[in-house]
Design a protein around this ligand. Structure first.
Ligand SMILES: [Zn+2]
Length: 238
């Protein structure tokens, strides 16, 4: 017998498995599977279970993370990613460690041949890469675009920062410093412009009062409500 099941309060089934190559205790979490504690061959199963009990809080937190990841898109060989400027494909290759290389239209992210794309660590790594790619695109594109729109419509602002936040597309401070989200690079240009114009209107009107909406609506040709609805269909984050 090489594995044994236990029940852990608040988690349910936990499998302790002996592995001849294991030198220490590790916990493996996979979507849709019970947590697995891998222990060295000569260790007693009970020790593995006790380790899981000690790490219960850690397991609960990470299971929740995995759940949110599996609810969002899974990137794999059949499911690439596209920003406004680049396409990223994911591929298994005969290599030892992950590489990202320039490819036609964007990038190719290469993984070792035995990579399991349902592994949350792999998805985490992909998201990290995509976020950095979006950040680079945003830094190259947004400053000029904001300057253009500001000049065209006669707005003045101080600083522009590009950020990766999960709550909003943009913001404008009392000092007219504008923050824009790197995820604007996933939107079509007219929606990204809509967000920029929204923030530029805040350099004149600080709240979302009647005057603010009247100004913004005028700048987007009476389409504020329609554009707002469209924007809401996009999730911030990957
Ligand atoms: Zn606003």
């Amino acid at each position: 017998m090489n594995s044994k099941s236990y029940t852990l309060d608040g988690i349910g089934e936990v499998v302790v498995r002996k592995h001849h190559q294991a030198r220490r205790i590790t916990i493996k979490l996979r979507p849709g599977q019970p947590p697995r504690v891998v222990i060295p061959q000569l260790m007693a199963f009970e020790m593995g279970f006790r380790f899981a009990v000690e790490k219960r809080d850690w397991i609960v937190t990470h299971l929740k993370q995995i759940e949110t990841i599996t609810k969002s898109a899974i990137y794999d060989e059949d499911n690439g990613f596209s920003s406004r400027l680049h396409t990223v494909r994911f591929k298994r290759c005969n290599i030892w460690c992950v590489q990202a290389v320039r490819a036609e239209g964007g990038y190719e992210m290469r993984f070792p041949a035995d990579t399991d794309f349902t592994d949350s660590a792999v998805q985490q790594r992909i998201r990290l890469f995509l976020t950095e790619m979006l950040r680079a695109e945003a830094k190259a594109y947004l400053p000029d675009r904001v300057a253009q729109l500001a000049q065209h419509f006669g707005f003045k602002y101080n600083n522009l920062s590009v950020k990766n936040v999960h709550t909003r597309w943009g913001s404008c401070s009392a000092q007219n410093n504008i923050n824009l989200n790197v995820h604007l690079m996933r939107l079509p240009e007219y929606l990204s412009d809509f967000v920029i114009l929204h923030e530029l209107c805040h350099t004149v009107h600080k709240n979302h009062g009647t005057q603010f909406h009247a100004l913004l609506d005028k700048l987007v040709g009476g389409n504020e409500k329609k554009l707002d609805k469209e924007l809401n269909k996009y999730k911030i984050g990957l």
